[in-house]
Design a protein around this ligand. Sequence first.
Ligand SMILES: C[S@@+](CC[C@H](N)C(=O)[O-])C[C@H]1O[C@@H](n2cnc3c(N)ncnc32)[C@H](O)[C@@H]1O
Length: 281
Amino acid sequence: MFKKLEEINLRPKVFGAYTAESLWSDSYRAKQMLAFHLNEHIDVSSRNHNFIDSSVQWMKNEFAISSGSRICDFGCGPGLYTSRFASLGADVTGIDFSASSIEYAINKASELGLDIEYIKANYLDVSLPKQYDLITMIMCDFCALSPEQRKLLLAKFSELLSSAGKLIMDVYSTSSFEAKEELAAYERNHLNHFWYQEDYYCFSNTFKYEKEKVILDKYSLFPQSGESEVVYNWLQCFSLDTLKQELAGAGLKVQAVYSDVCGNDYNSNLSEFAVVVEKNT
Ligand SMILES: C[S@@+](CC[C@H](N)C(=O)[O-])C[C@H]1O[C@@H](n2cnc3c(N)ncnc32)[C@H](O)[C@@H]1O
C-alpha cells in the first residue's frame, strides 16, 4: 500500500506520457465528455452557446468568412463551431478522435441540412489533401500537446494554410500557471462517475513544472473490478513571447493577439489568450 501511494504521488517526467485518447475517446468517457460539451451551464469541454455565437460572429467579420471560405477545425468536438461556419456558407472540415462527438456532429449537420466533412482521426496523424483559408483550434487544446507534438502540428498547419490563410487558437497564459496550486486528493467516484460506470477511487495530483511552465493533472484510477489506470492531462502555459518563438520555428507569425477567440482586448493577467497566426513570408 505504501509503495502504491508513493507511485500515485510520484511526479512524472514532463510530458512523459500521452493519454489524451483515454480521456476523450474511451467509449464510456466520450459520452460523459459529450454531455459536458453540450451542457450550457458549465464551460467544460466547450464554452457556452452565447460565447460560441459571439466568437463565430467575430470570426465572420475578422476573417471575412463567406460562401466558399475553406475552414478546418482541429479538435472540433460535437461541431459547435463547424456547424455555425457552415451556416455562413463556408466549406468546412472538422477533425476529432472522439467517436461520440463526431457521430453527434454528423447527425446535427444532417438535421440542419449542412454539408460538413467530418473526419474521425487523431489530428496529429491526419493528412489532408487541400489548403484552408482558416484553421481553428479552440479551447486551449494546443496546450495539451508535448513540444514535439506541437512542432509536428505547427508544421502541418503551415503546410495546410493557403498563402493568405489564418490560424486562430487560444492558449493558457503564464498567469494561469502562477494562479494554479499543487494538490493531492482522492475521491470515491470522482466527478459523479465520470471515469467509470462502476465504483472506483480516483487520486488526483496536480504538479507544476516551474521551468517549463507546465501543469499536470494526473488521475490515478482504481475501479472496483478491472485494471487500474493513470490518465495525464498536461497543460503547457505560454507567454506571448514563448508562443511566438514556437510559431517562428514553423515559419509562422502572430498577426494579432486577443484575450479570447471573440476578439476581446488582450490582457496578460487573464488565464488565457488567443492569437491570429499567418505564414511568415
Ligand atoms: C477541449 S475540447 C474542445 C472542443 C471544441 N474545440 C470546442 O471548443 O467546442 C478538445 C477536443 O479535442 C479533441 N481532441 C483532443 N486531442 C485530440 C487529438 N489528438 N486528435 C483529435 N482530436 C483530439 C477532443 O476529443 C475534444 O473534442
